[in-house]
Structure formats: structure tokens, C-alpha cells
Ligand binder design. Structure first.
Ligand SMILES: [Zn+2]
Length: 77
């Protein structure tokens, strides 16, 4: 069975490099994820929160772009 829990790009809160989770391990709230780049320990909850916020920001940007394009079209006449 494929584990999709790491399909979101999780990034180290210290150095911004992608976190590579141990695929054999199921990470849960309260766990610490060690960054392979800077060796800092990332709090799972913070990392997930950032990933979710980034995901939302990307969607918001797309919606904004689409809306401003529609507005431009409306005022073209
Ligand atoms: Zn790091």
C-alpha cells in the first residue's frame, strides 16, 4: 500500500530544504523530524502547519490571478 502522507512538500523550518521522512515510519502529531541537511529537529505540527498554509496560499494566488483576469476582461470594453 502506498503512503501518501508525504505527498505534501514538507520543508525544514530552519533551512527551508525538503524534509525526507522515513517512509517506513508513520509520523504523528508531536513527533520530531530530523532535517538531513542541517540536522535540526523539526516539530511535526509546525512543519505540517507551514505546509498547509503554503498549500492554501498557492490556491489563493491562483484564484486571485483568475479573478483579476476576469476583471480586466470586464473593463476592456
Ligand atoms: Zn534543515
Amino acid at each position: 500500500m502506498e503512503d501518501k502522507s508525504f505527498s505534501i512538500n514538507l520543508k525544514c523550518v530552519f533551512c527551508d530544504s525538503p524534509l525526507e521522512g522515513d517512509t517506513d515510519k508513520q509520523y504523528l502529531s508531536g513527533d520530531m523530524l530530523k532535517c538531513t541537511n542541517c540536522q535540526e529537529l523539526n516539530d511535526y505540527d509546525s512543519v505540517m502547519q507551514i505546509a498547509q498554509e503554503e498549500g492554501v496560499a498557492i490556491i489563493e494566488d491562483e484564484v486571485k490571478n483568475e479573478l483579476s483576469q476576469k476583471l480586466k476582461d470586464m473593463f476592456k470594453k
